[in-house]
Design a protein around this ligand. Sequence first.
Ligand code: PEP
Ligand code: MG
Length: 319
Amino acid sequence: RRKTDLATAHEECHTADGVRIEVFANLGRPGDAAAAAAQGAEGCGLLRSEFLFLERLTAPTEDEQAAQYQELADALPNRPLIIRTLDVGGDKPLAYLPLPVEENPVLGLRGVRVSLRYPELLRTQVRAILRVKPLGVCRILVPMITSAHELQAVRTVVEAERQELGITTPVLVGAMIEVPVAAVLSDRLAAHADFLSIGTNDLTQYALAMDRGNAYLAPQLDSLHPGVLRLVAQTVEGARKHGRPVAVCGGIASDPQAAPLLIGLGVTELSATPAVIPGLKAFIRTLTLPQCQEAARKALELANGDEVRALVTSTWQAQ
Ligand code: PEP
Ligand code: MG
């Protein structure tokens, strides 16, 4: 079965009734891009740019970053390259950044909060991204957004650097939806964002108040929890008011059991681990939108993730 999946992995992905679903790859370093392309990734839906910043004594320079982003763009020719701005916090110390020691780093200075506190770091990263050729493939994704104000602050930096570099190509700026309030207020965020991408790992952690790394809580920490799915539904609803697309780039996008539900809720882009892309595309091609919508509607009424998974298993036995 894997052989046939691979044979069609490079084609665009549509459901059986013709709904276009883009399937991208999550990448953590440039070296993985070629392998992702070989698996049929239609682009990079989430570049975790932390690889450039961690485990070193000085911040990466603009040149250094630009070279790495260019390598990625070259490995995924003419495909979207969604670069997430630095997402670190007190739990990942950087030698060159005086981050405070916090009692609850996951609820502290992390993601965009760090970027806005150290704007020079953000400015350098943005300038490096703006040097990618062709720039049209790049989109900037901002992690841990809680308010439209934060997104606007990042956009102001992007626009200022674009002007200074004399670049006329517009660059899309999107918000990660990984804080529950961002999902609830997604209509307001969507007014200022070009696209939304749901980070279900953190969204689940914050919605259920369960540490995503806690082994004791792992069995209950399921992104298919109906409460999390309702937040996904709310995100899509808010985005639609402004005609913005919604992607899912959290771990659940790599889980075939989630695909019909996410599609049924109106998600049109999935960014997954490269290895699962051929199978994911093959499964999506067997689905129809009304069937997905019906399952999603039912899932929102269930009690927990286990019940949701049982529903998916009974509807699509093959999975
Ligand atoms: C997420 O939170 O779902 C996400 C994609 O970001 P990360 O896993 O890097 O926190
Ligand atoms: Mg996250």
